[in-house]
Design a protein around this ligand. Structure first.
Ligand code: COI
Length: 362
């Protein structure tokens, strides 16, 4: 594995301040003392692997990322187990996905060794920032955010010949304040996230930028997230602004939209599909219409709905609000959703045996 050169932060956060942050971090508000960085040029490939002090980046105003949005990212977490050891979850899946995103966004491929090595090198340096869960419901972790940007100074529209890859880390609590309470979701009536042939399957900033106006509509309607339907017919459920969608039926099926080129292949989504049989659910990945959800919820055939993702883990959905309709699910978290959540978090925090070999020690 490539060595990361360490440039220590000469002014790290004091222990008192760090512990106060870890006690109540929220999500994405605070960052650790270091960041990992690897530089790419056409001539040298990936080189200059470093872990260095966290701080502002100096980029030329003409850097390609500012103009054409050539950027991709990942999200995964570092978990502290009861014995103090620090682990992450299926990082090879994120490594594979960043390369799928890179191919679509015309960015260079990065070796799994460099990707996982960058996480290890950063977490080794900032291990004191990984929070310790206080109980089985506590989902505190160190959220890791690898990202790759086009940094060539050039205004022509073509793929950048210079690229920078970074990993930053942020102590984190539940993504939705309020923990596992069911959230309300807004169905965007007119705005779409992704269409066939586009970038929906890639984890690129552009997809999230495209979701923000609809996210604002959601907030204006008292909802925590937005749900998108397909761009062509507005008929099929796709995904939320930053997470995948799952429904549970009364007869024990776990429904989720099948992956096409407009839906992100979530690591949590994939893992829950694999864990479903352990909680008595049969997974079904297939096209699901909004109408099917509406009728199923009304008839009692669809009994639970939840959002899932690295940040969201499993967040129950209490209702889906549209411009002229509301689908009511339960006001309490569903039984199967909670069993899945407990199983997944149990594996991630080392409380449940990891029979699949998903956990990687950092
Ligand atoms: C993640 O779950 O890691 C994401 O990237 C989603 C984002 C909304 C935080």
């Amino acid at each position: 594995m490539t060595e990361f050169q360490l440039l220590k932060n000469a002014q790290p956060t004091t222990e008192n301040v760090r512990e106060a942050i870890k006690a109540d971090p929220g999500f994405g508000n605070h960052f650790t003392d270091h960041m990992a960085h690897v530089r790419f040029t056409r001539e040298q490939g990936w080189h200059a692997h470093t872990v260095k002090p966290y701080g502002p980046l100096v980029l030329d105003p003409a850097a390609a990322v500012f103009h054409y949005g050539q950027e991709i990212f990942e999200g995964l977490k570092a978990y502290r187990h009861a014995d103090g050891s620090i682990w992450t979850f299926r990082p090879e899946k994120n490594a594979a996905r960043i390369n799928i995103s890179a191919e679509r966004l015309a960015l260079p491929q990065i070796d799994e060794d460099d990707f996982v090595g960058s996480l290890k090198a950063l977490v080794e340096q900032d291990a004191a920032w990984v929070p310790t869960p206080q109980n089985d419901l506590d989902e505190c972790s160190l959220y890791l955010r690898p990202f790759m940007i086009a940094s060539e100074t050039f205004l022509g529209v073509r793929s950048s010949h210079e690229v920078d890859y970074y990993v930053i880390a942020s102590p984190a609590d539940a993504y939705f304040p309020g923990g596992v309470k069911p959230v309300s979701i807004w169905l965007s009536p007119n705005l779409k996230r992704a269409s066939h042939g586009g970038t929906g399957f890639a984890k690129c900033g552009g997809n999230y930028a495209a979701s923000l106006a609809a996210g604002d509509q959601a907030a204006a309607n008292g909802c925590a997230q937005v749900l998108f339907t397909d761009a062509a017919e507005s008929k099929y459920l796709e995904e939320l602004g930053g997470m995948n969608l799952m429904l549970v039926t009364k007869d024990g099926r776990l429904l989720t939209p099948n992956l096409g080129d407009s839906i992100l292949d979530g690591v949590t989504r994939r893992s829950l599909i694999e864990l479903a049989p352990q909680v008595g659910l049969t997974p079904e990945e297939r096209p699901i219409t909004l109408e099917e959800w509406r009728e199923g919820a009304a008839s009692g055939d669809i009994v639970e709905a939840f959002a899932c993702g690295t940040a969201a883990v499993i967040t129950p959905i209490g209702q889906l609000k549209g411009e002229d309709f509301t689908i009511e699910q339960s006001t309490e978290p569903g039984e199967k959703s909670m069993q899945l959540r407990e199983t997944l978090l149990g594996i991630q925090y080392g409380r449940v045996e990891d029979t699949n070999g998903w956990m990687v020690r950092l």
